[in-house]
Design a binder for this molecule. Sequence first.
Ligand code: GDP
Length: 320
Amino acid sequence: MLLHPRLLLLPIVSGYPPPSGSFRLLLFSAGKKTPSPFLPRSCSFSTKAQVAASAPLEIDDSISPRIVEEGAQVQIPFDRLFVPPGVDFAGAADAASARVLRGSNIVLGPYAHDAQISTADFVKSSTKTEDCPSDGIPEFALVGRSNVGKSSLLNSIVRRKRLALTSKKPGKTQCINHFRINDSWYLVDLPGYGYAAAPQELRVNWDDFTKSYFLNRATLVSVFLLIDGSIPAKKIDLEYASWLGQNQIPMTIIFTKCDKRKKKKNGGKRPEEHVEDFQKLISEYFQEAPPWIMTSSVTNQGRDEILLHMAQLRNYWLKH
Ligand code: GDP
């Protein structure tokens, strides 16, 4: 897959003044093989990990990657970049040469290797944290409002058409579903929240058991909170994000459906603006900007970036 570089114009908002200026950074695709003309030479992007992340496996032929819009540009103050653990980052000087994953605020570091997925297997459904697999390998949990596109994203990440169907089977929707990847880490599918049709009592129970999982699961490297990037943020999403922030649970925000760009239907805003708005709304709950990635399961935007992000968090976690 070769996606064209895309730069997003994200204005610096008053709530986030950069300490001493801001940096215009090129956000580029993990699949891109040639250095961008916008980047200093030192920023050419052709690491082994990126190639690996794009390697085909069980390709879902119904998904045909589209070339995404070109020419947008991002302006992110360096204090809003997410610098993964294991990266020396002193500030302005380092930001100028930072390699940032396309469609995200995530700096690429030395741990971003082994991002390729070669096997993905459903392991088990658990109703309690204590029943989850106990082999001690790292995991990432996907959570989001019902209909946010969680199943589609899970299938897109593992390049399978129907892996996430397992989580949608009757009796499994309220469970913690573990999928073992490459026999070395887990993707965990958590119940969707805010499902209007569920009785209030049931909703509260879901909250209780997912929150217990977040607070007690020692092998949880990061929660991936899915937010619909095509519409304004919902109250329940903000509540979820603030709860994670206040409880200091590591969180990555995954903005879904970023291919949907119809202006009028979504209140006149583009996904980039929703991304910006959401960050402003949650900023008070986080000392440092949480990592975020814009994705689409239709175009596969963000898939390789998610894998590289997971790889660098995971590899660091394993070494420390
Ligand atoms: P879940 O309930 O969170 O698992 O959501 P699903 O993956 O079942 O998706 C809900 C709806 O959103 C379905 O109609 C999907 O086709 C649609 N959808 C999911 N991801 C995307 C996306 O990236 N772009 C667009 N345009 N639609 C999506």
